[in-house]
Design a protein around this ligand. Structure first.
Ligand SMILES: Nc1ncnc2c1ncn2[C@@H]1O[C@H](COP(=O)(O)OP(=O)(O)OP(=O)(O)O)[C@@H](O)[C@H]1O
Length: 668
């Protein structure tokens, strides 16, 4: 019988409490908040200062909570123990052609990834499932790689080109990762031996092909983690329907693996992609759900007989919006995480209720990508289990309590109903009296109603929280949009500048190219160039020499001219000096002559006056004479005419005197 078969069909919910780290112990995180009562029950006591304690002090809510799980694993639990007690049975299912699903749930830093992937020294569930699978199918592996999973539950045959492509893709991914092999000490292997499926294949000659995919769901978008993220923006994949009502991720990359080493490299590749994307988008990788899926194809000849699926889902951290004080993108992110977790919780609850009641109820798996992809599990096609991880830190108590409430919603209803049903059946057979039966039924009904009410209150609380978050989101979306517009503007301006610079560079490059082309066209070998240069130099020299001679001649002429001009100038100066001396001499002569002339004028004036006086006396004498003898009076002439007449006419008396002529000075 398969281990765990007693609860086949029930969803198992396990609790793993991780140990304190040294730092946490130093920081006084250990305040006995988590007490493991037994292997199914845990008590949580609110530490001082926590919101839960404050509420309980105000009379709202309790400070101590008790929770039950399928099994509780304490801090001492090893990875091997956990695998043995939780997943081993699902590996059997998987090898036998059934589907298996494991969720790892909890707040950030609670140990989800440690549980699923572990460390190279202390491998988690995933490498152990892979190793167990390879251990079982070893020697029966289908090597061709030409039968590949298709849509959700199908397989397709690949032609040689497609196979080649598959091999190239795989080789490229594997080559980009350094090998770090986990040291797995598979203590359980002797127990597994060969499971039914593989031992049967020994007889039938069936072979197995294992294909894996690794993807994440972030903000309700699916991203392939095995696709190298070359571009800045990753493209999301669509979740489609295969036509038979099964959801599958379209264009998801599936890689055929042959051993654990290859599988580890793919996990590393996916992890690197995940954290790179998280860094680019400025969020922590624990804000997305990461899903590693294996598909096992059981092949007979070249026909795929059975396909089974094993998925391990590392759920996003369940931090709540009001605690993390998130805004904008973070708020949207938190809203999406909370929403998908809420729907997951509802699906699990609905599944449990329908199983317990034996009635089918509406399961809202289409409301989120996560539940849509795993809807088959919520419809009973395959077994799902959840490992709830918590730390014991006082500082994260409120978050841990929330996780417990969530998983307890999922677990307690089912668990209590399961227990109640067993209890009820026991009593039916052991009943001795009818009233006792009625009491029990009443009691059961009351407890059932109480449980339902509690669930309802919790759902209302979560819905209110989400409503508040949405409201906050709407209020901040405006601001965010404005900021985005600003950023867009800036980025466009930058782009414009870049483009401008690019054009400038291109133009420079073009000019440079043109210059280079010209250089090539006009290329002259060095010898020719030197020859040309020398002939050119000779010609030029001759020309310059001639020019120099002409110029020298011109200079000489000019010099001569200057000399002759200077000589002439000296001559002229001499002549001028002579003239000046002559002029001075003449001036002196002239002055002397002037003086003489002046003297002669003065003399003439004096003479004239004497003459006038003489004329006057003569007139007087004439008058006297005429008075004595009458004579014809002479016609009256002018004074000068009289002088002239007196001068020119021959002297009649002794009194007449001749005028001395002034000798003229010859002019030099
Ligand atoms: N059971 C354990 N035993 C020892 N160490 C553990 C255990 N569980 C978790 N740890 C350690 O605690 C730290 C946090 O664990 P882990 O990274 O798995 O948390 P997480 O819930 O996946 O966080 P996140 O959501 O941020 O990715 C790691 O250093 C891990 O090695």
């Amino acid at each position: 019988m398969i281990p765990g078969g007693a609860e086949q069909g029930m969803m198992q919910i396990y609790l793993r409490v991780r140990p304190f780290t040294k730092e946490e112990l130093c920081c006084n995180e250990n305040q006995d908040c988590v007490v493991i009562e037994d292997d199914q029950t845990v008590t949580l006591s609110a530490p001082k200062g926590s919101a839960t304690m404050k509420s309980s002090e105000k009379g709202i809510g309790l400070s101590i909570h008790k929770f039950s799980f399928s099994k509780v694993f304490g801090p001492q639990t090893t990875q091997v123990d956990l695998f043995e007690d939780t997943v081993r049975s699902q590996v059997f299912d998987f090898l036998e052609g059934k589907n298996a699903l494991i969720f790892s749930y909890g707040v950030t830093n609670a140990g989800k990834t440690f549980t699923i992937q572990g460390t190279p020294k202390d491998p988690g569930i995933l490498p152990r499932v892979l190793d167990a699978t390879f251990h079982c199918i070893g020697g029966h592996q289908y090597k061709e790689m030409d039968l590949k999973p298709y849509l959700r539950n199908g397989a397709q045959f690949l032609d040689p080109d497609q196979v080649k492509q598959e091999r190239t893709v795989k080789a490229t991914i594997l080559a980009s990762v350094k090998e770090v092999n986990p040291s797995i000490n598979l203590e359980f292997i002797p127990n597994i031996q060969r499971c039914d499926a593989t031992s049967m294949s020994e007889a039938t000659g069936d072979q197995f092909a294992l294909w894996v995919a690794f993807f994440e769901i972030y903000n309700e978008c699916v991203y392939d983690l095995l696709q190298p993220s070359l571009s800045k923006k990753r493209s999301s994949l669509r979740v489609c329907d295969d036509g038979a009502g099964n959801a599958y991720v379209k264009d998801l990359r599936w890689i055929n693996i042959q051993n654990l080493s290859e599988a580890n490299k793919l996990v590393q590749f996916g992890n690197k992609n995940r954290s790179a994307a998280a860094t680019k988008m400025n969020h922590s990788s624990s804000r997305s759900h990461s899903i590693f899926t294996m598909k096992l194809l059981k092949i007979e000849g070249q026909t795929v007989k059975v396909i089974s699926e094993f998925s391990l889902c590392d759920l996003a951290g369940s931090e709540r919006c009001n605690k993390t004080k998130t805004f904008g993108e973070r708020l949207k992110e938190a809203g999406n995480i909370n929403n998908s977790l809420l729907i997951l919780g509802k699906c699990i609850n609905a599944l449990r209720n329908s199983q317990a009641d034996g009635k089918s109820s509406h399961i809202p798996f289409r409301e989120s990508k996560l539940t849509k992809l795993f809807q088959a599990f919520f419809c009973g096609k395959g077994r799902a289990s959840m490992i709830v991880n918590i730390n014991q830190c006082a500082s994260t108590y409120d978050e841990t309590l929330h996780v417990m409430k969530f998983s307890a919603v999922a677990k307690q209803v089912g668990l209590s109903k399961w227990k109640l049903r067993n209890h009820f059946l026991l009593h039916i057979f052991d009943l001795r009296t009818y009233p006792e039966l009625l009491d029990i039924i009443d009691n059961l009904r009351t407890r059932l109603l109480a449980e339902r009410r509690k669930n309802l209150v919790q759902e209302v609380e979560i819905r209110k929280e989400m409503g508040d978050a949405m409201l906050q989101q709407i209020l901040e979306s405006e601001e965010l949009r404005l900021r985005q517009i600003e950023e867009l503007k800036e980025s466009y301006a930058e782009k414009l500048e870049d483009t401008f610079e690019m054009f400038k560079d291109a133009i420079k490059e073009h000019a440079y190219q043109c210059a280079m082309n010209d250089l090539e066209d006009n290329y002259v070998p060095l010898d020719d160039f030197l020859k040309n240069c020398s002939s050119l130099t000779d010609d030029r020299y001759m020309r310059l020499y001639k020019e120099k001679c002409v110029l020298e001649r011109m200079c000489e002429d000019k010099q001569e001219l200057i000399l002759s001009l200077e000589k002439r100038l000296i001559d002229l100066s001499q002549t001028l000096e002579d003239i000046r001396v002559g002029f001075l001499e003449k001036s002196a002569d002239l002055e002397a002559l002037q003086k003489k002339a002046d003297e002669q004028v003065r003399y003439a004036v004096r003479l004239n006056a004497e003459k006038d006086r003489e004329i006057a006396s003569l007139k007087t004498q004439i008058e006297k004479l005429s008075q004595k003898s009458p004579v014809q009076p002479k016609p009256k002439k002018g004074f000068l005419a009289n002088i002239k007449e007196a001068v020119t006419s021959p002297r009649k008396g002794a009194s007449s005197r001749s005028l001395r002529k002034t000798p003229r000075t010859p002019r030099s």
